[in-house]
Write a protein that binds this ligand. Sequence first.
Ligand SMILES: Cc1cc2nc3c(=O)[nH]c(=O)nc-3n(C[C@H](O)[C@H](O)[C@H](O)COP(=O)(O)O)c2cc1C
Length: 218
Amino acid sequence: MLRHHLSLVKTLLHIDCSPLGDASISRNLSGEFVRRWTQANPSGTVIRRDLNAGHISAIDGAWVAAVFTPEEVRNSSQREIVSTSDRLIEELNVADEYVFGLPMHNFGIPAVLKLWLDQIIRVGKTFAIVNGAPVGLLKNKQAQFLIAAGGTYDPGTPLASFNFVEPYLRAIFGFIGVSDTKFLTAGGAAALRYGNIDRDSFLKPHLDKIEGWFKAAA
Ligand SMILES: Cc1cc2nc3c(=O)[nH]c(=O)nc-3n(C[C@H](O)[C@H](O)[C@H](O)COP(=O)(O)O)c2cc1C
């Protein structure tokens, strides 16, 4: 009975990437997602990781050497290097669901998210190669990506081929086994900067879409 109950208690990993704090559009959207998720999962746990609050180092030669040294023979500095990666992977394993708030920067994902990804893509931990083919090792996970962009990248528009955010995220998360995904892109945020639309009106359709996800799941 207890076991059954525990299995229903979910964990959400909430990752934010924008450097803009409260002014950030993507943080506003992920915050709304977390608020609704918490309502839907009152006894659930939220793990928060703000990629602008701490500093994840870029991988270097020492990192590569450390992760490819078998665990039993790593020296203390190698264990220290790998511990960051292990901790971040543990958060992915523990959580049932992930929500990412992220801005488009220079047509791609923000650098802090790339630094995080470089830590969590690990052979034997998040993917394996089986008979020459990659197999994702994260199982039964669901991920939501809430993206803010200054421009618009809808199919058929002039900049459509410049959007490297969504295709990259689909590819890299699919690679580690996370293909149950939802994407919301709040494009055209530049209009806010030029005063062409107020913040609430800009956010409304996107907040409504998030609400719709929870209604559909209820
Ligand atoms: C350094 C930087 C680079 C940006 N690069 C792009 C870009 O390539 N394409 C785009 O559409 N918007 C770009 N923008 C605009 C942001 O995507 C937009 O302001 C968005 O709201 C940022 O999300 P945030 O409010 O959550 O930080 C850039 C903004 C910054 C600060």
